[in-house]
Design a protein. Structure first.
Length: 242
């Protein structure tokens, strides 16, 4: 019975028996795994704090017959400010649902985990517009999953000038001429065009390091929601917690 050491973040927790928990943990190398935490709900358990939702830590695991079991954990981050703010918690829960949907077991999730942690940090530690954070997260996640929008030229004619719209149907920019042929295209400002390019290409640690005017923010939010839902073939709505 070998011991496995991995970093991970708790995506979900469910009570099991009188004092145990069943957890879903997202790890960088093993993907999304199920773990039993024996006695984690006991008041004096060493696993109590490290097995709560959104806790990021380093875990020592061993593999049982049907699931992993947590031997010990060392907490790295608990995103405390999310836990004490219902609005932040609502957005964090929405993002966690998405992350759970796009990850599987035995999958290298380093880039997804990195994006998830950076997004949670922005929600927790800043007062940046939460809809802005969500829009950036969705576009970048699509990029990681292989659905990056075409940001280099018009997807209709390959023209690189006069890019003035975004096509959901063809996943990228349209020039003013081609936009007339796509009734579902969304007109975009220069700020939105620049933002989309930045989100696709920016270094992970600088992903959220830009600002948008109100008009461009509304355009980005609309594109992010419609584009994301289209590629996921599912409508994602932010749900009220209570």
């Amino acid at each position: 019975m070998g011991i496995i050491k991995t970093k991970g973040i708790i995506l979900s927790e469910h009570n099991m028996g009188d004092f145990d928990k069943m957890l879903t943990i997202l790890t960088p190398g093993m993907g999304k795994i199920s773990c039993a935490a024996k006695g984690a709900r006991r008041p004096k358990s060493s696993l109590l704090a490290g097995t709560q939702l959104l806790c990021f830590g380093e875990y020592l695991l061993y593999q049982g017959t049907s699931t992993y079991h947590i031997n010990s954990c060392e907490i790295i981050e608990v995103f405390y400010k999310i836990r004490t703010d219902l609005e932040k918690l609502k957005y964090a829960s929405h993002i966690t649902k998405i992350i759970s949907d796009v990850t599987t077991e035995n999958q290298n999730n380093y880039k997804i985990l990195q994006l998830y942690l950076n997004t949670l940090y922005m929600i927790s530690e800043t007062e940046i517009n939460l809809n802005f954070i969500l829009a950036v997260f969705k576009i970048r996640l699509m990029t990681i999953l292989g659905y990056a929008p075409n940001i280099n030229y018009c997807v209709g004619c390959k023209e690189t000038e006069n890019l003035s719209a975004f096509s959901l149907r063809y996943s990228g920019f349209l020039c003013s001429s081609c936009a007339k042929q796509d009734s579902g295209s969304i007109a975009i400002s220069e700020g939105t065009k620049t933002a989309l390019k930045y989100i696709v290409l920016a270094p992970p640690k600088k992903l959220f390091s830009f600002q948008l005017k109100e008009e461009s923010l509304r355009e980005l939010e609309l594109i992010a929601k419609l584009y994301f839902d289209d590629k996921m073939e599912k409508e994602y709505r932010i749900e009220e917690l209570f």
